[in-house]
Design a protein around this ligand. Structure first.
Ligand SMILES: *Cc1c(COP(=O)(O)O)cnc(C)c1O
Length: 356
């Protein structure tokens, strides 16, 4: 058990109304902070007023990007109580990322206690309207003040909370995706399966160029053969071909193992669908589209849950999917996952963790 000291903010912010929330623009009154020093381990767990943190300009995170993060949500149910969706999977993944980034791990129970305690302390910030939630962003940064390239000896683990709006205020609208032939997100042996800021920094230029052409995100192909599908933007990606649901396998370590991805696979199998986790080439997808066998495609992630793809553009060659409309499997997954997350249906998978 962590001994979490609480320092209350002297004044509370005015809470934004649910209809202006957007994503990650407002933050709650408090944050969780814990420090790591060699010899002492993780120590000084505390909840303090939300605000700027002082770091030495030579802190290693600023120079060599030794940093990692997680993302999950707290949901308010109809009866007012607050719950999390599979937080253990996020913490497990955070610790896998820690190992890849030479960052000391945080015991599962401690990380879960930190998240639950902070969310409960800030529970008035969990919004009430349909589709809204409290986004939870745990992250770890290297703080040692020196410029030699090696793992830092000191770290900060911080959790901040942000009330977020409904992703689909205007309905579940399919997005347009550009197939990325110029840039890559990661290579085998790299940090593709780790949730780190560096991956995002490297993805910005491709994303920006796609946006300039009117596309929401890019479809990343593998960094070696430029042939196999990895992910779409910051989401995992699924294709329905000939009635089978296919998603790229995690085996090569290129792909972020999404909690939503895993949950979709488990639900689809429970419902009796054939699910294949395997290498999937972009040529196979294009071929399936030509033969009329590609009936749906969707991205999965905590922010959007399910994001149907209405169109892929490959250097000017446009593939429209399901007439640019959401397909039945995407809709069914969206309905089931959101019903579980907001407590509208029985949790027969053991995925829900109550906060209060
Ligand atoms: C976080 C993330 C995902 C989605 O993971 P979820 O656990 O489902 O939210 C997918 N791809 C990338 C690159 C990510 O960072």
């Amino acid at each position: 058990m962590l001994d979490i000291k609480i320092t209350a903010a002297s004044s509370k912010k005015e809470k934004p109304s649910d209809n202006v929330l957007g994503f990650g623009r407002y933050f709650t009154d408090h944050m969780f902070v814990m420090d790591y020093t060699i010899g002492e381990g993780w120590h000084d767990a505390r909840i303090v007023p939300y605000g700027p943190i002082a770091l030495d300009p030579s802190a290693m995170v600023f120079h060599y990007a030794q940093e990692l993060f997680e993302g999950l949500k707290a949901y308010r149910c109809a009866d007012g109580h607050i719950q999390l969706f599979r937080p253990d999977k996020n913490i497990e993944r955070m610790n896998n990322t820690c190992r890849r980034m030479c960052v000391p791990e945080i015991p599962m129970e401690d990380a879960l206690q930190a998240i639950k305690t902070l969310v409960e302390y800030e529970k008035d910030w969990v919004p009430h309207s349909e589709g809204t939630s409290l986004y939870i962003r745990p992250f770890i940064i290297a703080t040692e003040p020196q410029l030699g390239v090696h793992p830092s000896k000191t770290y900060k683990f911080i959790i901040i909370l942000s009330p977020v709006g409904s992703y689909y205020a205007g309905g579940l609208n399919p997005v347009k995706i550009m197939i990325e032939r110029k840039y890559v997100r990661c290579v085998k042996g790299g940090t593709g399966e780790a949730k780190v800021g560096g991956n995002y920094a490297a993805s910005l230029l491709g994303q920006k160029e796609a946006e300039e052409k009117g596309y929401a995100q890019v479809l990343w192909l593998d960094g070696i053969e430029r042939k196999y599908i990895d992910e779409v933007g910051a989401m995992n990606v699924f294709f329905v071909i000939d009635g089978k649901v296919i998603t790229p396998s995690l085996a090569d370590g290129n792909i972020l193992p999404g909690v939503t991805r895993r949950s979709c696979i488990e639900l689809l199998k429970k419902w009796g669908y054939t699910v294949e986790e395997r290498k999937l080439s972009i040529d196979e997808v294009i071929e399936a589209h030509k033969n009329g066998k590609l009936t749906e495609s969707f991205g999965t992630g905590t922010a959007a849950v399910i994001s149907p793809v209405g169109e892929y553009n490959d250097d000017g060659f446009v593939m429209t999917i399901n007439n640019g409309e959401i397909g039945p499997i995407s809709q069914k997954l969206y309905d089931e996952l959101t019903a579980m997350q907001w407590g509208k249906t029985e949790d027969d998978m053991g995925w829900i963790v109550r906060v209060d």
